[in-house]
Design a protein around this ligand. Structure first.
Ligand code: 26V
Length: 808
């Protein structure tokens, strides 16, 4: 029974909606398109959110809390409409109203584009942090780039990845507010020199190219509270002709060229291709959003603090998310000295006390380095400051720490004529952290060991987390309802409360519902697979899922080779007892990463072979879902039985899909890597399946130049068979996989795939035997949900507040 207030709310909503449809489309509801229906709903929701937004920012101005600004080149926010509706506690009202108006709510939600403003885990983590901070009511804002085109859209054509440009803004975007009056000018190129003016040496920067940075603000709404924070994304625009003339003193002819060059800066998000660094436009992006963001933060701070910057670092924390915003250090020095007139020493104190830095990878090819010449040319003043920071740092190592020249050069920000951005970030910050225990340990003992020895107190660890609102509550509503009926609602804001679910471990009725929900989610995914890939899968089979960026270290290849091996076994022994499995893959390969694209091709070739072989009797199905993004993840995570987390130990900094799967009751099949280790600790060894070399073992082999993959090959006939199949025409026109064969046998298998193969096989066999015992399987799945509390991004954000930013 609905209360009179509820009924009134629904009626009010319906009339507002009918009116809004007319406003956005000029049509009556009956004639409106799905897109118009979405736009109308989005506008109504945005109006409601905006009211709370204005209130929150007014409150922040009066309450003196330390503010955190998160600088990140990626924010992978995903679709927002459903999030806003649910966090406004409007879900029921909107659903009923839509239904009564004869509209399909899901179809309306599906009109929203998915902003792909990130590559993967790093960008998504930032979106989770923003959501958690707003839900915790903390003053915490994001600062990034308003890319016109996010990460490319992936199509699979003839089994291969084809990239199509993303256009998330094609229908306009209802959740952002452009704020031209808060624009700032960012300067590139130009000449620098000192001039004597009235006897004093004065610094002159001229002939630079001014670019206008225009902010777009997106509201970040807390769940069931009234906090709305901001995500500020900067867009590059040319100065208008009038301004340009005043800047360039008549160089009007360049205006047109200037327009497209200016806009190019925020045109596209770079995929994680080959090597980090080297591309001028990318360096431009990095400086662009750092400069614009810091200028606004500092000028706002002055406005509310009587023009005084003295206690800036007590009231503001600026977080450098990976090295992409590492120019925050020198840029802050520049603003404080050149624009605000502070001395070097005063500027340095404020800068270092404000900045904190998180590293997200130890892969050497992913650590950013920029050629000195490029930096000098593009941002000459910043380069000067970097040189001086480095000189003073070297000096302090020589005089205070007593290091010799060799030791100093190993820690230098400038090495081999390149700027090492991680070193820059460490030197300019007072805190450095890794994103899982093992990763932080590797940072201290290996990657940044020299710095750790000098400044042990600067090093911290904060394990990643994910928001349970997006990755459980809003995407697995049946499980959400079962949990809430069982243990109340407290868990939504304190995920540790899920431990109370263990009370139901022997409750048959609960177990039945829990398993039915998983099955229903698998059926939902099966429909999607049928519709997208025209493959019929069996929802009763084990759904074994690996979804993440395609990279050698993540070892999708190990998974694929195991499928090929199972196929061989079934072919050799067709009547064997076999528990049906559906192997599901999804993920994008960087466009320039040839080998990753070959892996996609191989998975699709195996799918073609296995799915169409009548001898298999549908007992194995292989599916590669195209265009993995946040929205697709929201359908996939709730449907998994097995969460494949099989990176080479020591290579995956944390991983976050492992946490999303776990929350939805999947069992992790993983190596002892990244946050898998902490999942192991949380659920206990009975409730996870692990295999493979440890990170110490991997390092041990690496120090000896690797292991011998040929030896493993020669001693294992299953491996011999699958290796031959890669090159003997097994896949016919679907491809010959010589490069994969070579990398494993000729180039010694850098990621230990063959070395871990047997151990992986054993783990997969253990899974089969556990799966047959339904009670045991339920128990394991329940443990995973119940002990996922520590993997909430609420916990992660609170850890940062306590350990890193010292805001609470
Ligand atoms: C960047 C690049 C750049 C070019 C060469 C190849 C390459 C490979 C990887 C990357 C990613 C670097 C940063 C990153 O996304 N790290 C991810 O951060 C997540 C959030 O902390 C974490 O869960 C993942 O384990 C980590 O890979």
């Amino acid at each position: 029974m609905k209360s009179p207030t509820q009924l009134k709310e629904i009626e009010d909503f319906k009339s507002a909606y009918i009116k809004k449809i007319e406003e956005v489309s000029g049509e009556y509801l009956a004639l409106s398109s799905h897109l118009n229906q979405y736009q109308a709903l989005a506008e109504i929701v945005m109006e409601k959110v905006a009211t709370q937004w204005a209130k929150t920012s007014a409150q922040y101005d009066t309450i003196p809390h330390k503010r955190v600004y998160l600088f990140s080149i990626e924010f992978l926010i995903g679709r927002l409409l459903k999030s806003y509706v649910n966090s406004l506690n409007w879900e029921e009202t909107v659903k009923i109203a839509m239904h009564e108006l004869g509209l399909d709510y899901q179809t309306i939600l599906d009109q929203e584009t998915d902003p792909g403003l990130g590559n993967g885990g790093l960008g998504r983590l930032m979106a989770c942090f923003l959501e958690s901070a707003a839900t915790l009511g903390l003053p915490f804002h994001g600062n990034g780039i308003h890319y016109k085109h996010g990460l490319f859209e992936q199509k699979i054509i003839n089994g291969e990845q084809v990239e199509v440009s993303d256009n998330w803004l094609r229908n306009g975007y209802p959740f952002e507010i452009r704020k031209p009056n808060e624009s700032v000018i960012v300067k590139f190129y130009g000449d620098i020199h000192y001039e004597k003016v009235n006897g004093a040496l004065t610094f002159v920067y001229e002939n630079y190219e001014p670019i206008l940075a225009v902010p777009y603000d997106l509201p970040v709404k807390g769940y069931h509270n009234s906090t709305v924070n901001s995500l500020r994304l900067w867009s590059a625009e040319p100065l208008d002709e009038f301004d340009l003339l005043s800047f360039n003193k008549g160089q009007f002819i360049d205006a047109v060229r200037h327009k497209s060059e200016a806009e190019a800066i925020t045109q596209i998000l770079y995929p994680n291709d080959n090597e980090a660094g080297g591309k001028l436009l990318r360096l431009k992006q990095e400086y662009f959003f750092v400069c614009a963001g810091l200028k606004r933060i500092i000028s706002r701070f002055k406005r509310f603090n009587q023009n005084c910057l003295d206690d800036f670092s007590e009231k503001i924390a600026i977080h450098i998310n990976d090295t992409h915003p590492a120019l925050c250090g020198p840029e802050m020095m520049r603003i404080l000295m050149d624009d605000e007139g502070l001395s070097w020493n005063d500027a340095w104190k404020i800068t270092q006390n404000s900045l904190t830095f998180t590293n997200h990878t130890v892969l050497p090819e992913a650590l950013e380095k920029w050629p000195v010449e490029m930096m000098k040319f593009l941002i000459p003043r910043i380069y000067m400051i970097i040189e001086e920071i480095n000189r003073q740092f070297g000096e302090s190592l020589r005089l205070k720490a007593g290091l010799n020249e060799l030791q100093i050069s190993a820690l230098s920000i400038i090495q081999d004529n390149q700027i090492n951005m991680a070193n820059l970030a460490i030197v300019c910050s007072h805190s450095v952290n890794g994103v899982a225990e093992l990763h932080s340990k590797i940072l201290k003992e290996e990657t940044f060991n020299g710095y750790y020895k000098l400044f042990p107190e600067r090093f911290h660890s904060v394990t990643n987390g994910v928001t349970p609102r997006r990755f459980l509550i809003n995407c697995n509503t049946n499980l959400r309802d079962l949990i809430t009926e069982s243990i109340g609602t407290e868990w939504i804001k304190n995920l540790y409360d899920l431990e109370n679910l263990m009370r139901f471990k022997n409750d048959l009725a609960f177990a039945k519902r829990f398993c039915q929900i998983k099955l229903d989610n698998k059926i939902r995914l099966s429909h999607y697979i049928k519709q997208q890939n025209q493959i019929v899968v069996n929802p009763e089979s084990i759904f074994d899922i690996q979804v993440k960026r395609i990279h050698e270290y993540k070892r999708q290849l190990l998974n694929a080779l195991h499928v090929l091996h199972l196929y061989n076994c079934l072919k050799a022994n067709p009547n064997q007892e076999f528990i049906p499995r559906t192997f599901i893959f999804a993920g994008k390969a960087a466009p320039g990463y040839y080998f990753a694209k070959e892996i996609i091709k191989l998975i699709n070739a195996i799918a073609e072979l296995v799915n169409n072989d009548p001898a298999i009797h549908d007992r194995i199905k292989v599916v590669f879902l195209a265009n993995f993004n946040v929205s697709l993840g929201e359908i996939i995570y709730p449907a998994a039985n097995i969460s494949e987390q099989i990176s080479t130990a020591g290579k995956e900094a944390s991983g976050t899909s492992n946490m999303k799967f776990m929350m939805n009751g999947a069992i992790t099949l993983g190596t002892m890597d990244g946050a898998n280790i902490e999942i192991y600790e949380a659920v206990g060894k009975e409730n996870i399946v692990t295999f493979g070399l440890s990170s110490d073992e991997v390092t041990h082999y690496e120090k000896q130049g690797g292991y011998s993959s040929i030896e493993v090959y020669e001693s294992n006939e299953h491996i011999q068979k699958i290796m031959h199949q890669l090159i003997d025409g097994t896949f016919g026109h679907l491809g010959n996989f010589q490069s994969i064969y070579d990398s494993l046998l000729l180039y010694n298998d850098t990621y230990f795939i063959l070395k871990d193969f047997d151990s992986y096989l054993g783990a997969q066999k253990r899974i089969n035997s556990i799966f047959q015992d339904k009670t045991k399987w339920f128990n394991m799945a329940l443990h995973n949900v119940a002990y996922s509390g520590r993997f909430s991004s609420d916990r992660a954000v609170l850890d940062y507040q306590k350990k890193i930013w010292k805001t609470i």
